[in-house]
Ligand binder design. Sequence first.
Ligand code: ZN
Length: 303
Amino acid sequence: MDVLSRGTALNGNVRIFCCRTTELVQEATTRHDLWPTASAALGRLLSVGCMMGSMLKDIHEKIEIKMDGKGQLGQMVVDAYYDGSVRGFVTNPHVQIEKNPTKLDVGKAVGTDGTITVVKDLSMKQPFISEVDIQTGEIGEDFAYYYAYSEQTPSAVSVGVLVDTDRSIKAAGGLIIQMMPSATETDVQIVEDRVSHLKPISQIITEMNDPKEIVESIFPDYEELETRKLRFKCECNKGKFARILAKLPRADLQTMLEEDHGCEVVCKFCNTKYEFSEETLQGYVYAATEREKKAASKKELIN
Ligand code: ZN
């Protein structure tokens, strides 16, 4: 099971989030048939999502991250929830771009001509939306910029995915270190020094599996406040899609009925397919016809 550790160090002057996401990135890879560069990109964003999700305050809150740099991958979308679950997809899962035979080029695949949009649904009326320009497309640096620019929190963000030669996920995870307002100049220097000596997070995860242990190796005085389990989970079900289908205009439903004698709906987030039979569609067409008749007679009354 993937896991996240959250806590503080340097007398509470920095807060730290560290996650191992190997299994959930593997699940995303399998579900979406991601090619290695797409696995690395979506895996990095899912890891950011897990850490942002752990910053939420209660079960009703949710975070939606959209990243679109006009690269080959198209748009990436990740939803993260308070309970440690995440889901996500990329427009084009079949992307493979390399810097060299051993290094994937995530920055190029994501692209830099676009934005990151973060929507925090804090179960209030208006969600909190912020948007920043993509800097490098490498995702870690982009979110360090996001925190500095959008939340005025100096942060080091490292996310990484190691894809094996058979395209399976060898290691994935992330680390966010944030300076609290109480941090001194010395604290900032200590963090900068330690971060500059860090190996890529995916490599650290292959050597040390436990996020708490990883943070303790960087900050020996780490005080863990919480661990949480992480997983790839989509809340979709057939009923949800049935309600959407039932509301479509009659003409659209009629076309599906005549041309395909039924329909298949695919959830973008988890790639689950739901079949709707000819009889079910006929029922929706009937309901839509009744709905349109009612609307027409109402219009006549008004006229
Ligand atoms: Zn789904």
